[in-house]
Design a protein around this ligand. Structure first.
Ligand code: TGC
Ligand code: FAD
Length: 388
């Protein structure tokens, strides 16, 4: 019997395959060597470190759980572990990978024509084509069914009008997956950068996800060929299905942010001498680290079982909702507590918890707010009654 360790208290490692462990180690090492030394400055400078895209692509992280077209074909648990390690670095990197893989490559892979798959997927896997996903609009992201962006058929083309807001990667994207209302319901369109009438504007002065690009997208009579419509995407269910993929990764990513925060605070508390003894020798500090360990461990086991269900094709969207709600709340609470344990130093970007905490303020809002996930779970257990 081995001693439980802080960040793997229930020996989750033993539940992973050799391949899952190896990929996790690879990404962890890369984050420690390449991301940790520079990410605080990138956050401070409000800069997405796009120079890291080729390296992430080289490691096979983009669209890693998809098959073919240059994708790595890894299982979903491995995808989750990748998200965890990236977000231990910064939510901005995990966001980039979530959007590229789960929100952009996934719909092309699932509902695209063969021509679209050949045109976009290999380039998206090797990082030469960047995608963004436009669902949210200024009038209320929680209720995308009321979207105003619309596309009208005009011969062999569609005419797209409207606007999207809060779009990750928008300003650097080569292609935007845009969800629009049509006479036949919601449909998905591949809007290429440079199409006439399509413009973007970056959202500046954010206090969260500063190492990530967030933008508005504007469509003013953009002529989109029918060949750029996702032929098999049909109704609001399609974008919501993409969200389920990305939310799954977020449940793991939040664990990474929590671990990153706790590592920093625990290292500090062991060294900080107050009242003649290290902080870790006091009862309340031990209780706080014990509580962090309890919550991280619970989240790890939740996400692992979710991943095993997903790999068997048995994962239900409301299970993802419960895990996103639980794990992001856990990550945010731990980041805040770790920030406090660091004392005044904790407000400096020199330490990671405040960065994780600020980032998680976005993560708890995007991909469905905490309330939306609570109501999704509530609806599931209360006979499907919709209380939204
Ligand atoms: P509702 O009637 O519930 O559903 C319509 C149809 O969709 C199906 N469905 C889902 N399918 C797959 N996954 C899910 N999560 C699904 N949720 C619903 C549902 O079964 C139904 O199918 P059918 O066959 O009966 O037509 O729709 P509703 O209008 O009542 O809305 C439900 C609600 C509130 C849960 C949904 O609108 C919602 O999830 N709202 C939150 C929106 C959201 O999360 N937006 C995120 C935008 S993208 C983003 O934030 C990216 S951040 C990326 C980053 O940087 O990492
Ligand atoms: P609203 O929907 O206006 O919600 C406001 C408040 O009302 C929230 O607290 C909410 O929980 C609450 N609320 C809503 N409905 C109810 C109800 N029925 N009962 C009680 N309370 C309710 N979107 C994309 O499409 N693509 C992206 O790439 C993307 N990236 C993002 C990146 C960042 C950094 C951020 C912050 C957001 C991003 N989003 C993206 C948008 C995100 O998905 C939305 O912000 C989110 O869905 C919430 O929508 P909203 O901001 O309009 O809030």
């Amino acid at each position: 019997m081995s001693n439980p360790t802080p960040y793997d208290f229930f020996d989750m490692k033993s539940l992973l395959s050799e391949e899952e462990r190896q990929v996790q180690q690879l990404v962890r090492r890369w984050v420690d060597e390449k991301v940790q030394p520079v990410i605080a400055d990138a956050f401070d400078e409000h800069r997405f470190p796009s120079e890291m895209i080729p390296e992430m692509a080289e490691m096979g992280l983009l669209g890693c759980n998809l098959e073919g077209y240059g994708c790595a074909g890894l299982n979903n648990v491995t995808y989750g572990l990748i998200c965890q390690e990236l977000e231990r670095g910064d939510s901005g990197l995990r966001s980039f990978v979530s959007v590229q893989g789960s929100l952009c490559m996934f719909p092309i892979h699932t509902w695209g024509s063969e021509e679209q798959k050949q045109k976009y997927l290999p380039g998206m896997a090797d990082g030469s084509i960047i995608g963004c996903f436009g669902l949210t609009e200024p009038d209320g992201g929680s209720d995308p069914g009321t979207m105003k962006t619309h596309a009208k058929r005009d011969g062999d083309d569609w005419i797209l009008n409207g606007a999207k807001m809060w779009i990750t990667n928008g300003g650097i994207a080569d292609v935007a997956i845009v969800w629009a209302q049509t006479e036949d319901g919601v449909r998905g369109f591949l809007v290429d950068k440079g199409m006439e009438g399509f413009t973007t504007r970056d959202t500046l002065k954010k206090y969260s996800l500063r190492a990530s690009i967030t933008s508005e997208l504007f469509f003013d009579h953009v002529r989109v060929p029918e060949s750029n419509r996702l032929p098999e995407a049909n109704g609001l269910k399609s974008p919501l299905t993409c969200l389920t993929q990305a939310r799954f990764g977020i449940t793991w990513g939040a664990i990474g942010a929590a671990i990153g925060s706790m590592e920093e605070a625990l290292g500090f508390a062991k060294e900080r001498i107050l009242f003649g003894r290290p902080l870790t020798h006091t009862q309340t500090i031990q209780r706080r680290f014990a509580d962090m360990t309890r919550r991280i461990t619970t989240a790890q086991l939740l996400s692992l079982q979710l991943g095993r269900l997903k790999d068997k094709g048995e994962m239900h969207p409301t299970q993802v909702s419960l895990a996103k709600w639980n794990n992001v709340r856990m990550g945010l609470d731990i980041a805040r507590d770790a920030r406090d344990i660091l004392g005044a130093g904790g407000i400096s970007v020199e330490y990671s918890p405040i960065r994780h905490m600020l980032n998680l303020e976005s993560v708890i809002t995007y991909e469905g707010t905490e309330t939306i996930h609570e109501l999704s779970v509530g609806r599931q257990i209360c006979d499907g009654v919709n209380a939204f």
